[in-house]
Design a protein around this ligand. Structure first.
Ligand SMILES: [Zn+2]
Ligand SMILES: [Zn+2]
Length: 273
């Protein structure tokens, strides 16, 4: 059996629904090997979902407390999901690991969230790109490609989250070679700096998609170019801690992966799929 772990977990310190301790207790009930917390780093352009600077030390202390309290039952890791637009100055040395994600396109004075609402993507396309979806897509993947210039994450978070509202291709055509090439080029640019990408089932839990990120053609590309995967639920609610993990494992195997990474014994370890 695939050993259960999740490195992408949110709590009520940011935009999650439950406390870290409630998430830990759920993971113990599910027989998890390890659970990593990835509270959203501070992004000044949108304070609605992230951890404000004064909250971050409290978050760190609480995860460390739980790590100690539950050490005989589960391995707990203190991480963060750092956004492209997080200020350089945020102190990150004391995290056990870091996810790196792109959640925004910043244009002029407006910050367009990529993954909050379909309407924000549509606004960006209309207001910034004159109705051209390729403009938004190119800018999104360009930020992704340039993420390692800002910082080096351990894991790339939801690499193709721009497809969140595109179930069935209703906003743009993911089969178009233009789309595929832009995404693959970004992946290729990241790979020398970070080889570990997550498969993320969060949008399935939120009923926005029926399949995990990253898309099968990108998974195959990742495999062919020496990348690695971990499987995460981007969990904001403990009911969905293992949401669609079976499907993710199946898709990873179909793309040629035989192993995935989990955090175990203080480092990233291969586990058999
Ligand atoms: Zn995210
Ligand atoms: Zn997240």
């Amino acid at each position: 059996m695939y050993p259960l772990s999740n490195l992408h977990t949110h709590t009520n310190f940011c935009d999650g629904k439950y406390s870290p301790e409630e998430m830990v207790q759920a993971a113990i009930r599910e027989n998890f090997v390890s659970l990593g917390f990835s509270g959203h780093s501070f992004t000044p352009c949108d304070m609605s979902y992230c951890m404000l600077p004064e909250k971050i030390p409290l978050y760190k202390a609480e995860i460390r407390r739980l790590q100690e309290k539950y050490k005989d039952q589960i391995e707990i890791y203190l991480g963060t999901e750092r956004d492209y637009y997080t200020e350089h100055g945020e102190f990150t040395d004391d995290y056990d690991y870091m996810l790196g994600s792109v959640h925004y396109i910043l244009k002029g004075r407006r910050c367009y969230a990529i993954d909050h609402a379909e309407s924000e993507q549509i606004d960006a396309v209309r207001e910034v790109y004159g109705g051209d979806w390729w403009g938004l897509i190119r800018d999104y993947y360009e930020l992704m490609a340039r993420l390692p210039e800002r910082f080096t994450p351990d894991v790339i978070g939801h690499f193709d989250v721009i497809t969140k509202f595109n179930e069935g291709g209703r906003l743009f055509d993911e089969e178009d070679p233009v789309y595929k090439n832009v995404a693959m080029e970004a992946m290729e640019a990241i790979l020398p700096h970070c080889r570990l990408f997550e498969m993320n089932t969060g949008a399935i839990a939120r009923k926005k998609r029926t399949t995990p990120y990253i898309a099968p053609f990108l998974l195959r590309f990742l495999k062919e170019h020496g990348g690695e995967i971990c499987i995460n639920s981007d969990c904001h609610d403990w009911h969905y801690l293992t949401c669609a993990f079976d499907m993710a494992v199946e898709q990873a195997r179909a793309a040629g992966f035989t192993h995935a990474k989990i955090l175990k014994g203080g480092r990233f370890e291969d586990v058999k799929l």
